[in-house]
Design a protein around this ligand. Sequence first.
Ligand code: GAR
Length: 221
Amino acid sequence: MPEFADPSDPALGFQWPLSQAWPCFDRPLRLGVMASGAGSNFEALVRACRQGPLDAELALLVVNNPHCGAQVRARRLDVPWQLHDHRQHGSRAELDGALVRTFGEARVDLVVMAGWMRIVTPVLIEAYPQRLVNIHPSLLPSFRGLDAVGQALAAGVTLSGCSAHLVTAEVDAGPILVQAAVPVLPGDDRRRLTERIQEQEHRILPLAVALAGLRLQQEAA
Ligand code: GAR
């Protein structure tokens, strides 16, 4: 059995609402993160590793947009990062092949798609079986694909949320690791609802990574 850190230990300096202990691994997991946008989920992962209960380290951030917020955060947080601009690659598979090489060189155990706004191909998925995690701003299986928050608002649902799941060939359809529900409030627009959903994403994504890591460790035992 793996050892467990006590998440209520104030020495961790990280407020975590779960009473459950978090897993410790044989060695800290090496994470690769892929991001296209603002990078708030990327930063939440960095914080969970450095100040919180996630027994992992950020080995590498890959961005596909040269000026995205995620790379600005990586500079500020002193996390190694690389640009793989999709416009420089002939196909999705070619881009994913480059990502697989890059993450291999960085000796990454697990890859997290933290707001990666490109469809990934079997080239990446099969290189990281059970080791590729995605965060999506809806309660899957509802509202897969683009603009999940807009889809939820248009549908008039009163409950929305976010899902962290393992990536399989079908978009936003792999096994769910963790979900959080977020009520849709009167007067919500995309911005307001997205803000509240992202607060929850920042909580569940580190937990999903810990769970994925635990599965890997148990499989390897
Ligand atoms: C997050 O809300 C994430 O769920 C979403 O992009 C946002 C990225 O925010 N991902 C998708 O919609 C993927 N289908 P961030 O760059 O601040 O982490």
